[in-house]
Design a protein around this ligand. Structure first.
Ligand SMILES: *Cc1c(COP(=O)(O)O)cnc(C)c1O
Length: 341
């Protein structure tokens, strides 16, 4: 049975698994000094069409926390959306790894920050008693399944840079955003002013691992030491790196993300057709948020479905993955229809 709790319930996509197995030959240098790691870094530089600096971490919490820590001193602060993963789901990781840089949550509809909301936080205080804003972090696609348009990213980045702030992007579902927007990855990252991207691999279909991509190479100084100290330097790095080769080759990453998005649209259309269910956010990536009565939730759970109710502003979240089948979507819809009747 496929679940809609999270895209990290899905297994490893075949392209990543093949590449992982293909890397399991003989001996190779450890700690990233291997051909696979070099090749993936080069592929990512090609993908982003720029000479970026690339690192790998085991998960998104570490990638975000260490990337933010590299942009801040301990007396700085990071402006984020109030439902941002860094604020709500990383157990204080960003604050811990930055030795105390404070997160400053701001509001914005559909999970997105706006220049006005950011300007308000930046201009609130400038005295020495307040943690000095130093970074804006955006999640792309957002925690509630919406997507920042290129111009929205650029407007935020322009404002941030005007005030001497850096721009970090939590791209746990970056692939879904790229697939949704149909743009070159560079267009919604460095060309729009993003300084550092945490490019999610896990939810895209890798077994494990995220890439931290520094578009401003001056910001990655000593980042390797930061990773090592945090326990994020894989000694058998080739197994973190090789799966990336598999999904970057031939564009599998983007096909899978596009498929997950399409399954979310199918689910959303089906829910609309059932009627009487309030949808919470525009479906722009691979998740669908709805309000469901308690007894309908219980009925779905009794039939074995798993889903989250603690993400974002509440409601039920259904998340589609690279391998979600139309049949699974339709089976969920059928059970939803009977749960509501
Ligand atoms: C899943 C996710 C992450 C990474 O979470 P880990 O469990 O630490 O890998 C980061 N940001 C967002 C928005 C996520 O959904």
């Amino acid at each position: 049975m496929q679940h809609f709790a999270s895209d990290n319930y899905a297994g490893i996509c075949p392209e990543a698994l093949d590449a992982l197995l293909a890397a399991n030959v003989g001996h190779a240098p450890a700690y990233g000094d291997d051909d696979w790691t070099r090749q993936v870094s080069d592929r990512l530089r090609e993908l982003f069409a720029t000479d970026c600096d690339v690192y790998f971490a085991f998960n998104g919490t570490a990638a975000n926390s260490l990337a933010l820590a590299s942009l801040c001193q301990s007396y700085h602060s990071v402006i984020c959306h109030e439902v941002a993963h860094v604020e709500t789901d990383e157990c204080g990781g960003p604050e811990f790894f930055s030795n105390g840089s404070k997160l400053l949550p701001a509001r914005g509809s559909n999970g997105k920050l706006t220049p006005d909301a950011i300007r308000e936080v930046i201009s609130r205080r400038s005295d020495i008693h307040y943690p000095k804003p130093r970074v804006v972090t955006l999640t792309q696609a957002t925690e509630v399944g919406t997507v920042y348009q290129r111009d929205e990213v650029a407007a935020i980045a322009d404002l941030a840079h005007e005030h001497g702030l850096r721009v970090h992007m939590d791209g746990a579902r970056f692939a879904n955003a790229v697939a949704a927007l149909g743009v070159a990855p560079s267009e919604i990252t460095w060309r729009a002013g993003v300084d550092v991207l945490c490019f999610g691999g896990t939810k895209m279909g890798l077994p494990v691992g995220e890439a931290v991509v520094f578009f401003d190479r001056s910001l990655s100084e000593d980042f390797a030491w930061r990773c090592k100290q945090a326990g994020q330097l894989a000694s058998k790095m080739r197994f973190l790196a090789a799966p990336w080769l598999g999904i970057l080759e031939g564009g599998a990453w983007l096909r899978h993300a596009g498929h997950a998005n399409a399954m979310a649209r199918r689910l959303a259309h089906g829910i609309t057709a059932i009627g009487g269910v309030e949808r919470l956010f525009p479906v722009e990536a691979n998740s669908v948020f709805v309000l469901l009565p308690e007894q309908a939730q219980a009925a779905l759970r009794a039939r074995g479905w798993r889903f989250y109710t603690f993400i974002g502003a509440g409601g039920v979240r259904f998340m589609c993955a690279w391998d979600t089948t139309p049949e699974s979507v339709d089976a969920l819809l059928a059970d939803l229809r009977s749960a509501l009747s």
